[in-house]
Ligand binder design. Structure first.
Ligand code: SAJ
Length: 414
């Protein structure tokens, strides 16, 4: 990208920080902005506040060469990339307040020729809203929705598509969808991504790019819901769902995903609701898939309760708390919900095992005595509830669990 000297990345979380570090590693000055003083201080020491393989080394290198600096305040830059959360509210309506706050903080620093990129997964129409908000905050500048061919500022949506746990590799190798408010905007954004993306950059308009991201995650949600529904049907019919899926997947055009304790994370369990919210009449299957996946933790809890009824003083070990394998992320985790609920309902003595964390977040501190090692859980528990397919649990031999009742939501033991 011609004349590029500084990129500002707003939001230094699971997406913003790796993106900032990768851009800095290409020799561009990066100014990272986050509202968390703790995140900013940690990064400026060359360390990271999240778990992601190899990210620590990249951040350390970027900070020590002076290419990456973090701050709680933005400053002038050529490009502003927004990577803040877009959660939903209690009524499953999208909450755009983080994006709006980010736009408000960068607005005074925007200059003619700047490029603003929204990376956060967003409901259809959000990028256009940014253009409108900015036209109100900066009436001195022409925004692309006002004059697509001669705007002063370029605005595009380029949804992140990386898989937690493989972020650094996927940031570079994945194809990127780049949706501009105008084709000039898309073109300009592509020049930035070509700096570090080896995959193809696919240009479209902002609304299609927004919908593409929501579609990808809804596709996965619907497919996981199919697997989860199958697992409940198979329990009812006394068929091993894992054997069944393996056999069915031998058909050349069948590829069933894996059942689990429910769908977690802040993407797949959230994004389909953005589609439901904007097209409630049409999005029937997408809504139902969400409901099936959301009901799975309750189903697992009922199974554990039934098993616990067989013991006088049941000791139950929940193996895994994170939302998926080999990460430390507990947000929107069905495994954590199940552990909390079993504990709350006093189904027995509940032991929590999570090898990727040292302590529980504040909200769960009252359960800290329940966080035990796998070793202790194997010694003490009558019932093992496998909730996450962590490497550590995969290394268990069937002899290790032979004397236990095992409720295996991940098919670790076949
Ligand atoms: N899960 C199953 N069965 C499966 C696959 C996943 O139960 O067969 C569960 C996982 O255990 C987890 C949840 O689904 O609880 C989501 O995990 P995931 O690995 O499918 O996805 P995320 O949330 O880590 O990342 C997704 C990715 N989207 C797609 O694969 C379409 C990623 O590429 C996106 O960038 C990310 O969402 C995002 O940020 O939106």
């Amino acid at each position: 990208m011609q004349g590029l000297s500084k990129v500002a990345v707003i939001g230094l979380g699971y997406i913003g920080l790796p993106t900032a570090a990768v851009i800095a590693s290409r020799g561009v000055q990066v100014h990272g902005v986050d509202i968390s003083q703790h995140a900013v201080d940690t990064i400026n020491q060359g360390k990271i506040h999240i778990v992601e393989p190899d990210l620590d080394m990249l951040v350390q290198a970027a900070v020590s060469t002076g290419k990456l600096k973090a701050s709680t305040e933005p400053e002038a830059a050529d490009v502003f990339m927004i990577a803040v959360p877009t959660p939903f509210q209690g009524d499953k309506k999208p909450d755009l307040s983080y994006i709006e706050a980010a736009i408000n903080t960068i607005a005074p620093f925007i200059e003619k020729g700047n490029l603003i990129i929204l990376e956060s997964t967003s409901p259809v129409g959000t990028t256009e809203k940014i253009s409108q908000w900015l036209s109100e905050l900066r009436p001195d500048l022409t925004m692309p929705h006002q004059n697509p061919d001669q705007s002063d500022v370029f605005i595009a949506h380029c949804p992140e598509r990386v898989l937690p746990g493989q972020v650094l590799q996927e940031l570079v190798s994945n194809d990127r969808i780049i949706g501009g408010i105008s084709s000039r905007c898309a073109q300009k954004a592509m020049e930035l991504y070509q700096l570090f993306v080896r995959g193809e950059c696919l240009l479209t308009d902002a609304r299609t790019a927004e919908m593409a991201k929501l579609t990808e995650n809804s596709f996965r949600d619907v497919n996981i819901a199919f697997a989860n529904e199958l697992s409940m049907i198979c329990d009812h019919l006394k068929i091993n769902v894992w054997d069944l899926i393996q056999l069915a997947n031998r058909h050349p055009r069948v590829n069933i995903l894996n059942p689990g304790p429910g769908v977690g994370g802040h993407c797949i369990a959230v994004d389909p609701w953005f589609i439901v919210d904007s097209a409630p009449e049409q999005a029937k299957m997408i809504r139902l898939a969400r409901e099936v996946n959301d009901s799975k933790p309750l189903y697992v809890i009922e199974r554990v309760k039934k098993a616990a009824d067989e013991f006088k003083k049941p000791v139950i070990a929940c193996l895994g708390l994170s939302f998926k394998a080999d990460i430390d992320d507990l947000r929107e985790s069905p495994a954590l919900d199940i552990a909390v609920e079993l504990t709350k309902q006093q189904v027995g003595e509940v032991l929590w095992v999570e090898p990727n964390i040292h302590s529980l977040p504040k909200k769960y501190q009252q359960h800290s005595s329940q966080l035990v090692s796998l070793h202790e859980a194997l010694e003490r528990a009558h019932i093992l509830v496998v909730l996450v397919d962590h490497k550590l649990f995969k290394s268990l031999k069937s002899g290790d669990v032979a004397a236990k009742v095992v409720i295996d939501t991940r098919g670790l033991f076949g």
